[in-house]
Design a protein around this ligand. Structure first.
Ligand code: NUP
Length: 217
């Protein structure tokens, strides 16, 4: 994924027309659009190709299965037109490797969730986040997903993965994180949903974030 603005839109709306309208408005400010279960379950998989006209699509399906099933899922998502897929890391190295192998064959990206951004991630995930980051680097994934709500953890994860992998970081705005803080801590992109798509003026909200991050990219 090419970095121009550092912003990825998380498009968690459930209406097809709204999804298209928002994408059209913010297309000039985002490097990718992340879509997940809310939008795909309500509108269908063809939403991926429809929105790919505006920006590359990252499918946030947090794939978490055995290697063969991970491969089968990623195959379908890439076939539908996505450029990247988000997978969970806690399933272990073989599941991740199956996804990465397929993605590399098709020149696509796999992003691995290390530690999630919500408070409940401290219950279990944080303890294994660094191990997952190391595994993602060993497997040569394209990048990891790390929490904008905890920039200090993003900085730790950056130390582990080095500069070959990118960090895409959700948790800005509605979840309390700051875009510029997490970029300063080592993230390459922020992923922002509600602060953009629930705004009166999504394009202006996206532009504000891009302007805020510009000097730190
Ligand atoms: O750790 C994660 N936190 C998170 O919020 C991993 C994610 N994939 N996400 C997703 O990022 C979440 O599902 C949503 O699509 C987006 C953040 O949206 P918002 O809080 O900016 O509305």
């Amino acid at each position: 994924m090419e970095r121009k603005t550092g912003l990825i839109l998380a498009l968690d709306v459930t209406d097809r027309l709204e999804a298209v309208e928002i994408s059209e408005k913010v297309a000039g400010y985002v490097d990718a659009i992340k879509i997940g279960y809310p939008l795909v379950l309500s509108t269908g998989m063809d939403m991926i190709s429809q929105l790919s006209k505006f920006a590359p699509i990252i499918a946030d399906f947090k794939v978490a299965d055995i290697p063969n099933t991970n491969r089968l899922i990623c195959e379908q998502v890439f076939k539908a037109g996505a450029d990247g897929v988000i997978v969970q890391g806690f399933t272990g190295h073989d599941s991740l490797e199956a996804a990465v192998k397929l993605a590399k064959e098709q020149d696509k990206d796999i992003y691995v969730v290390t530690e999630m951004s919500h408070p409940g991630a401290l219950d279990f995930m944080q303890q294994v986040g660094e191990g997952i980051a190391k595994m993602a680097a060993d497997a040569k994934a394209s990048g990891v997903v790390a929490p904008a709500t905890r920039p200090e953890r993003v900085a730790e994860i950056r130390k582990i993965i080095g500069n070959d992998l990118s960090i895409i970081s959700p948790g800005v705005g509605a979840q309390g994180g700051s875009a510029s803080d997490v970029i300063k801590a080592g993230a390459d992109w922020v992923i922002v949903g509600r602060s953009i798509y629930q705004s009166e003026d999504p394009a202006m909200a996206a532009k504000k974030l891009v302007d805020e991050m510009k000097e730190f990219l």
